[in-house]
Design a protein around this ligand. Structure first.
Ligand code: PEP
Ligand code: MG
Length: 590
């Protein structure tokens, strides 16, 4: 077997560890009929198993409380409630009395529950489906005596490289973070939300390995390199020495870049760019501040719900937004309203949609659930008292959506006034340009939106009709395609014509070559992951706008994305000649 598996670089960092295989899937349950005289024993076995599962969950809960606080820990209460539900237990016992084996009886009962919750009118109840799945996996694995894949029991300091098919948000919170050194998945691409989350958590990751779970059993020694996207199994002594040298070099590069925090991103010809940070988890705020960012250009609020069973209430959201706004003092903080659906947080039974990326996602869901949406809007208006908070709407395709969102924002303000709660009456409302419709018709948003932010991850996905999370077509996901570049160019032109600020907050902005093209197309505001801020400052200082404009003019007339990349690489090599950060290493800290 080839010892090297090649996937997609998702989150930088290089780790030598041991493979921990995580199979978090509902197991196949063989049908088993039991004799009458076995019934009592089978019921007893079911009760013992339930108690083991509860014990485990209590352990996870306690750890979550210690690490992340009581609010995070509460997400496991829903699963404990399920395991203690007398109706559920009674139903399973009844089926065992009809001579079904405990695992079959439990599976049938969980299917009934799932069916009931998935069709529930309330989105809160539909969210329970994720918990039911987790409970199902936990209990069935114990009943069937399957090898223990539970992610919660990794020993501390295990330096585990977690290998799994896909990492759902609900799984990430269960992980013993101190034991997990790196993540490798079969599925996903650089812009899928697993990758974004891994970068936010600062865990090195390789995604899109396709067959890693089949090829690895667990227990193997391996080197995972998140910058090159490789997983090397059973490394030789020589390979381990190379790893150690690379690891030292990566650490040194990051340390050397740290001083960029105090440097202004001014180009060689004197243009001050605006460089903001993308914040996905509230705990990233400190890193974003120390990176020297000019505020937050994108806070993905849906990550507040990672692994939870309920939406955070107004008070909790208010505290989270306020924390970010206050951390940045007078700098703007752009907070995006919930972008749920697609590959993010399958809240409300989303996986049942045939085309989730074209489905009930983001602003569509929020406008259809105005009560839920107004909770968020009220929290935002309250947090806006504490700094320069701006609100951004995801996946906008039409002006009608912006108008309706504005109406709800006004209604939220009115509700707060009636309640006597301090808040700001109005805040700037921006539109994400992440569909071809929004880019082509950008002029229709003039007078409706206070700013534009180009989401190049989705813009690329929808323009090229390439699923951003599908590893099989990851090489077709090319943001430098002339179609994508022209839509960005159009958005910038409309912004300039109507005096609307245009930021780019998708992954393109975090990659030197592509950022160079964006700057050349006229973008002056970029929002990147906190870890990429120093690197992008370095880029800003290394280039001249005139050079970037020439590079972008060439790139946009290229016939293919590959040609555009070659053109940009040549120009960047000339501008930033000899800067090791912009050439090899720092994909390492992007
Ligand atoms: C984007 O689509 O580029 C973007 C920034 O939003 P997200 O990645 O959260 O969809
Ligand atoms: Mg998007």
């Amino acid at each position: 077997m080839d010892r090297q598996l090649v996937g997609i670089p998702a989150s930088p960092g290089i780790i030598l560890g041991s493979v921990h295989h995580l199979l978090w899937e509902v197991p196949e349950v063989p049908q088993r009929i039991i004799d009458d005289d076995r019934v009592d024993d089978e019921i007893a076995r079911f009760h013992t198993t339930l108690e083991r599962a509860r014990e485990r969950l209590r352990k996870v809960r306690a750890r979550a409380a210690g690490q992340a606080g009581e609010e995070e820990a509460r997400i496991f209460d829903a699963q404990l409630f399920i395991l203690e539900d007398q109706e559920l237990i009674g139903r399973v016992e009844g089926l065992i009395r009809q001579n079904l084996g405990a695992e079959s009886a439990f599976e049938i009962t969980m299917l009934e529950w799932r069916h009931h919750f998935a069709r529930h009118a309330s989105p809160m109840m539909r969210e329970r489906v994720g918990d039911i799945t987790d409970v199902q996996i936990r209990v069935l694995s114990l009943l069937l005596g399957l090898p223990d894949h539970d992610p919660v029991d990794l020993p501390k300091g295990a330096n585990a490289i977690l290998v799994t098919h896909d990492l759902t948000p609900s799984l990430t919170v269960q992980l013993a973070r101190e034991a997990i050194a790196a993540i490798a998945t079969d599925a996903g691409t650089r812009v899928s939300h697993v990758a974004i989350l891994a970068r936010s958590l600062g865990i090195p990751a390789v995604v899109g390995l396709r067959t890693a779970t089949q090829r690895l059993k667990g227990g193997e020694r391996a080197i995972l390199d998140g910058a090159t996207g490789t997983l090397l199994i059973d490394p030789t002594d020589a390979e381990i020495s190379t790893f150690q040298a690379r690891s030292r070099r990566a650490t040194a590069l990051v340390a050397e870049l740290a001083h960029m925090a105090h440097v202004e991103p001014v180009t060689r010809d004197g243009v001050r760019l605006t460089l903001r940070a993308n914040v996905d988890l509230p705990e990233e705020v400190a890193a974003a501040v120390t990176s020297g960012a000019d505020g937050v250009g994108l806070m993905r609020t849906e990550f507040l719900m990672v692994g939870r069973t309920t939406l955070p209430d107004e008070e909790e959201q208010y505290r989270a937004y306020r924390r970010v706004v206050e951390a940045f003092g007078r700098h703007p903080v752009v907070i995006r309203t919930f972008d749920i659906g697609g590959d993010k947080l399958p809240v409300g039974g989303h996986p049942t949609e045939a085309n989730p990326f074209l489905g009930w996602r983001a602003i569509r869901m929020c406008l259809d659930e105005p009560d839920m949406f107004r909770v968020q809007l009220r929290a935002l208006l309250r947090a806006a008292m504490h700094g320069d908070l701006r609100i951004m709407l995801p996946l906008i395709v039409s002006v009608a959506e912006v108008r309706r969102a504005r109406e709800l924002l006004e209604l939220a303000a009115k509700e707060l006034t009636e309640r006597g709660t301090p808040h700001r009456a109005s805040v700037p409302l921006g539109v994400m340009v992440e569909t071809p419709a929004a880019a082509v018709a950008a002029d229709t948003f003039a007078g409706e939106a206070e700013f534009f932010s180009v989401g190049t991850n989705d813009l690329t996905q929808y323009t090229l009709a390439v699923d951003r999370g599908n590893a099989n077509i990851a090489d077709r996901f090319t943001p430098l395609h002339p179609g994508v570049l022209r839509l960005i160019q159009r958005t910038v032109a409309v912004g300039a014509e109507h005096g609307i600020d245009v930021t780019v907050c998708g992954e393109m902005a975090s990659q030197p070559l592509m950022a160079c093209a964006l700057i050349g197309l006229g973008v002056r505001q970029l929002s990147v992951s906190p870890r990429a801020v120093p690197l992008m400052k370095r880029l800003a200082c290394a280039i001249a706008i005139s050079d970037a404009e020439r590079a972008a003019a060439h790139a946009i007339t290229a016939r293919t994305a590959a040609d555009a990349e070659r053109v940009l690489a040549r120009h960047l090599a000339e501008s930033a000649a000899g800067d090791p950060f912009l050439h090899d290493g720092l994909s390492d800290s992007s």
